[in-house]
Design a protein around this ligand. Sequence first.
Ligand SMILES: [Zn+2]
Length: 108
Amino acid sequence: MKRVHVTADPIHAGWLLSVLEGAGIDCILRNGYLGGAIGELPLNECWPEIWVIDDADEVQARRLIAEAETPRSPREDWVCSGCGETVEGEFAACWQCGRAHDEAPAGG
Ligand SMILES: [Zn+2]
């Protein structure tokens, strides 16, 4: 058993757990549902912890968590100068009218 992640948010912890399970890693959530006991323990001992059953899965689990917590689209959305459509940052050209991101507005 290896602890691979701690988070203050039980919902986030449950989501990460499902990510690992989806990758075929046996893992459990600890401390997630202490309920009324929380006020009597040091705060960080109440936080949900994700543990992998098999120590050999630790590296992959940490990598999956890191990937899951990295925003999928690091580039910011942009507004097309041709049609005004908001386009996701990963696209270099407008999906609506085909205008490239850095193309100057027409008729300026
Ligand atoms: Zn456009």
